[in-house]
Design a protein. Structure first.
Length: 188
């Protein structure tokens, strides 16, 4: 099958049937792209997720663009982005056309109330998967916890947290590189 059609179909299907936004799509995208088709590795997927989260814009669209680009360059990114965007656009268009007919319907309201807990679970699941892949353990869990508390309780800008994390990661990498360079010399 043509990879453009296949990738469009995958992202269209995920976009059409995932409620909860980009983070709810992560396990489905990972399953289709990494596990089933093995188009990219788990490490590449984690890197693309990190870049997608850092880039401005909608996470689901960002990750589809980066995956499409990784697969087939600019054309691939256009195809996967359209696959992700088109279902939402069509659904919102249909809702907008008919919203006045059912906006006060008790059943529709109850359906959305029932969907909320499932959305939370769909967002929580990839969080734990990402934590495992990022090798977050009892020694490093303080980093995301402190970051979240600084943003939530003290009103720190997430931009400063990202800048600090980038600088910290760079310095940590340099320190680890120096340590690794010293070990072989000491053994000789």
């Amino acid at each position: 099958m043509n990879i453009y059609l296949e990738s469009f179909g995958i992202f269209f299907k995920i976009g059409a049937f995932t409620i909860g936004g980009g983070y709810a799509m992560v396990p489905l995208i990972e399953n289709e792209i990494v596990t089933k088709r093995k188009w990219i590795s788990q490490d590449e997927f984690m890197d693309l997720m990190a870049i997608s989260q850092s880039a401005p814009g909608i996470f689901a669209v960002n990750i589809s663009i980066f995956i499409g680009y990784k697969l087939r360059g600019v054309r691939g990114s256009v195809v996967t982005a359209l696959g992700t965007i088109l279902p939402s656009f069509l659904i919102i268009l249909a809702i907008a056309l008919f919203f006045s007919n059912f906006k006060d319907n008790v059943y529709v309201e109850n359906i959305f109330k029932g969907i909320r807990p499932a959305v939370v679970a769909l967002i929580a699941a990839p969080t734990f998967t990402m934590a495992k892949s990022a090798k977050i353990n009892r020694y490093t869990i303080w980093i995301p916890v402190v970051s979240a508390l600084l943003i939530w309780l003290l009103g720190f800008s997430p931009i400063w947290i990202i800048v600090a994390a980038g600088i910290g990661g760079y310095l940590w990498g340099r320190l680890k590189m120096k340590q690794n360079n010293k070990k072989p010399n000491q053994e000789q």
